[in-house]
Design a protein around this ligand. Structure first.
Ligand SMILES: [Zn+2]
Length: 248
C-alpha cells in the first residue's frame, strides 16, 4: 500500500515536471536580473535570437537627430482602458473600442499599454523615472509604439484610476472600476521623436515604429513608487543606434 502511494506520488511529481517543462518550452523564462537578465535574453531561446543579433533594437538613447518636418500626430482615441494585469514583467492595461493612430498613411489600433520603471528610452542621456508604452498594431501585423515619459511632480489623475485597481501579485488581472480614455495619459502637446526599433522584451522583434513624445507628463513620486513596487526595475538597457538616426 505504502509503495503504491509512493509510486503515485512520484508519478504525480513526474507529471508536474513534464507539464512544467512543456510550459517552459513555450514560454521560456526571462527577466531583468541574474541568469534571466537582458544580456542573456538572446541565448535563452532560439526564438529570442534577435535580442542579440538584431541591429535595430530598442530602447535607445535618443541622440544623433535629423531635423525633419514630421507630420502632426493623428491620434483618435475614443475607447476605454478596461482591464489591468500584472503579467510578471510589467503592469499592462488592455483597451476596448476605437483607439487609432495614423502614421505613414497606415492605421494602427491600440492593443494595450504598459509601464517601465525607470524609463527604457533616454533622451540625450536623460533617463526618466517611468515610461509608458502604448502598443498599436496594424491590420497587416506591423507595430507602432508611442512612448510617454513621466517626471516626478504633480499627482496624475488618470494614472490614479489605474493605481486604485493595481494588482498585488503576478498573474492577477482586474477590471477597472473607473474606465477611462487612454488619451488622458498623454501630454497636451504631441510633438515627437521618431525612430525604427524593436520590442524591448523578448522576442525583441524588429520593424517597430517608435514615436517618443517630447513633452513628458507628471505623476507624484508616490504614484511612480507604487508601480515600481509591483514591477521592480523592468527596463532593458539602451541598445546601440548602429546606422540609425532619430527624426525630430
Ligand atoms: Zn514596453
Amino acid at each position: 500500500m505504502k509503495k503504491v502511494a509512493a509510486l503515485a506520488l512520484s508519478f504525480g511529481m513526474l507529471f508536474a515536471g513534464v507539464t512544467g517543462e512543456g510550459h517552459h518550452a513555450e514560454h521560456p523564462h526571462w527577466g531583468y536580473s541574474g541568469n534571466d537578465a537582458p544580456v542573456h535574453w538572446g541565448d535563452i531561446d532560439p526564438k529570442f535570437r534577435m535580442c542579440k543579433l538584431g541591429v535595430n533594437q530598442s530602447p535607445v538613447d535618443l541622440a544623433r537627430f535629423i531635423e525633419a518636418k514630421l507630420p502632426k500626430l493623428k491620434i483618435t482615441y475614443a475607447g476605454i482602458a478596461h482591464d489591468i494585469v500584472d503579467n510578471g514583467h510589467t503592469v499592462k492595461v488592455t483597451t476596448q473600442g476605437k483607439n487609432e493612430v495614423v502614421v505613414d498613411g497606415k492605421v494602427f489600433r491600440l492593443v494595450q499599454f504598459h509601464f517601465h520603471t525607470p524609463s527604457e528610452n533616454k533622451i540625450e542621456g536623460k533617463q526618466f523615472p517611468m515610461e509608458a508604452h502604448f502598443v498599436h498594431k496594424s491590420d497587416d501585423g506591423e507595430y507602432l509604439v508611442i512612448a510617454v515619459m513621466f517626471t516626478d511632480g504633480a499627482h496624475n489623475k488618470a494614472l490614479q484610476k489605474l493605481l486604485n485597481d493595481l494588482p498585488t501579485k503576478a498573474g492577477e488581472s482586474r477590471q477597472l472600476h473607473e474606465m477611462f480614455n487612454p488619451g488622458e495619459l498623454f501630454p497636451r502637446k504631441l510633438d515627437y521623436y521618431r525612430y525604427e526599433g524593436s520590442f524591448t522584451t523578448p522576442p525583441c522583434t524588429e520593424g517597430v515604429r517608435w514615436i517618443v513624445l517630447k513633452q513628458s507628463v507628471s505623476a507624484s513620486k508616490d504614484q511612480i513608487a507604487k508601480l515600481h513596487k509591483v514591477m521592480g526595475n523592468n527596463n532593458r538597457p539602451t541598445q546601440p543606434l548602429k546606422a540609425r538616426v532619430i527624426l525630430r
